[in-house]
Design a protein around this ligand. Structure first.
Ligand code: NAD
Ligand code: MN
Length: 498
């Protein structure tokens, strides 16, 4: 990995050429209405690009192109090895353009470019490669029927898969949906978040460059009410993969009921608990990881470990460690590799986070951070913030803040810790820190969450499913299981002479 400098990133940013039109049927096109919206850099307030604002008419065009592509088989009926070669090439092209992808997401939504170039962009390449490699290794089934009957059970692509994604990991969310849906042979229509449409447009362009036929991968930038809703209500979209807030996830379920009963896979909010037991043998490591778990990506992470439950005998010691780490992670210019945290995605999100902080100060003790700040006199930045003496019932400890704000809550018994951890409408992720093996397994078993990380944080890989329980939704991204979302089981039953 190259060592980048601040100057280097600024020069690369100045030389960028943004794709700002919709990508439909393999071509960049304006919205039919001619409308555009501003894509803003939250670290500076500058307008990066005027991006095509797609609405129902553009969604119709994209879905029609995707349907035609699906039905003529240019992708859906290609040999597995051919689809694999194209997606491997796409993974290579992402790697060749790693710095550009890192910059697009950093400039568009404020994340540290250093994180984007080491985590987000290589992650996208890795996931495309992983699903590409899977394409010619997944076998179908023959049912145990008996002589004279051959019942073949195959997984077949659904047709047109729509995806509506959030702004916190723009490239990776497009990838998590797209790589699996495309590997399965579907056509794909993506509506990226209006705060961060730029990387998805570049990704679709590179897919065609990699050899993906035109019309297979389409991108319709625009707003939720507009392009997002049109995709959700479309009569010719077979499946809608959503990542975003719980409220909008529920709306997509309704859109499906109001239209064609398309499958909907919501992956929604979280309020993930992190349980620290006194028998944890490396509290410094636990604190390092807890700080990463809440402050990485400015806390704009669906699985962010925003509630830390600490056994009372070590609660003060642990809080002191968290305070020190929060204070060491002051926001800086997202393009400066020395910065420890970046910008909040926009003004609205920043104000929302600050409302939680202001209300929180009335009921809990602010122990670190808590201020909105600027960098070079500009932008949307919030200090990493730690609250202590937080009541479990406090909104600080219950609501998804989606910012760099963590609550530390002491507990006395294991049962109490588990009960508080599970007392949430969400169930996305959880962490447990203990050296006691029985406790680790017992607590993990009792926690209601899609992923429980033991003595680590936010464990995640291409090989393991990611998603939630309860109102964190029920879609699973990553792993071979996510292929299930984008395929249907089809039985072909043949009678033959024995
Ligand atoms: P959001 O729900 O506001 O927006 C997500 C997407 O939905 C955007 O593309 C948006 O344009 C679209 N949308 C908004 N309103 C719509 C409507 N009425 N009809 C159709 N589409 C609409 O969420 P956000 O603020 O962009 O992202 C933050 C949320 O995403 C948080 O709640 C976070 O927990 C969640 N998230 C979840 C995961 C996960 O995997 N579970 C991952 C990342 C983010
Ligand atoms: Mn933006």
């Amino acid at each position: 990995m190259a060592d980048y400098t601040f100057e280097d990133w600024k020069a690369r940013a100045a030389a960028l050429n943004f794709r700002n039109q919709a990508f439909i049927d393999g071509k960049f096109v304006d919205a039919a209405s001619g409308k555009t919206f501003e894509s803003i850099n939250p670290a500076t307030g500058e307008v990066l690009a005027h991006v095509a604002e797609c609405d129902e008419e553009d969604v119709n065009r994209a879905v029609a192109a995707a349907r035609t592509a699906f039905e003529d088989g240019r992708w859906s009926r290609q040999a597995p090895g051919e689809r694999k070669a194209v997606m491997l090439k796409l993974a290579d092209l992402i790697r060749e353009n790693l710095e550009e992808f890192a910059l697009l997401d950093s400039l568009d939504m404020g994340k540290l470019v250093q994180d984007a170039v080491t985590v987000d962009a290589p992650g996208s390449a890795h996931f495309f490669q992983w699903y590409a490699e899977a394409i010619d290794k997944i076998y179908d089934e023959v049912a145990p029927t008996g002589p004279g009957d051959l019942a073949i059970v195959k997984r077949v692509p659904l047709g047109v898969v729509g995806a509506v994604t959030p702004w916190n990991f723009p490239l990776d969310m497009a990838t998590w949906k797209g790589a699996a849906a495309l590997a399965a042979g579907n056509s794909f229509v993506l509506k990226p978040a209006e705060q961060s449409p730029l990387s998805a447009l570049r990704l679709a362009e590179l897919a065609v460059e990699a050899g993906m036929p035109e019309g297979v991968f389409n991108v319709v930038p625009g707003f939720g009410v507009g392009a997002g809703k049109a995709l959700g209500l479309h009569m010719d979209v077979d499946c809608l993969a959503f990542t975003g807030s719980t409220g909008i996830g529920k709306m997509f379920m309704q859109y499906s009921g109001q239209s064609n009963l398309k499958q909907v896979w919501p992956e929604t909010g979280g309020k993930s608990p992190n349980l620290i037991f006194a028998d944890c043998d490396d509290l410094d490591k636990a604190a390092d990881m807890a700080a990463f778990g809440i402050f990485f990506n400015q806390g704009e992470v669906c699985s962010a470990n925003s509630r830390i439950y600490v056994e009372r005998s070590i609660a003060q010691e642990f809080a002191d460690k968290m305070i020190a780490r929060a204070q060491a992670m002051q926001p800086g210019n997202p393009l400066d590799p020395a910065s420890k945290s970046g910008a909040i995605v926009n003004e609205r999100q920043t104000q929302g986070i600050m409302r939680f902080v202001e209300e929180g100060k009335k009921t809990a003790t602010l122990a670190a951070g808590g201020e909105r700040v600027t960098v070079d006199g500009k932008g949307c930045f919030v200090q990493p913030t730690v609250f202590v003496d937080v009541a479990h019932s406090d909104p600080l400890a219950r609501d998804e803040i989606f910012g760099p704000v963590v609550s530390i809550i002491p507990f006395d018994t294991e049962a109490e810790a588990v009960a508080m951890a599970n007392d949430s409408i969400y169930g996305l992720a959880a962490s447990v820190w203990t050296e006691n093996l029985s406790r680790a397994l017992r607590v993990s078993e009792n926690l209601f969450a899609g992923t429980v990380s033991v003595n680590t944080m936010d464990a995640l890989s291409a090989q393991t499913p990611f998603g939630g329980m309860k109102q964190s939704g029920f879609g699973r991204d990553l792993s071979l299981h996510s292929i299930d979302k984008y395929t249907a089981l089809k039985t072909t039953w043949v009678k033959y002479q024995t």
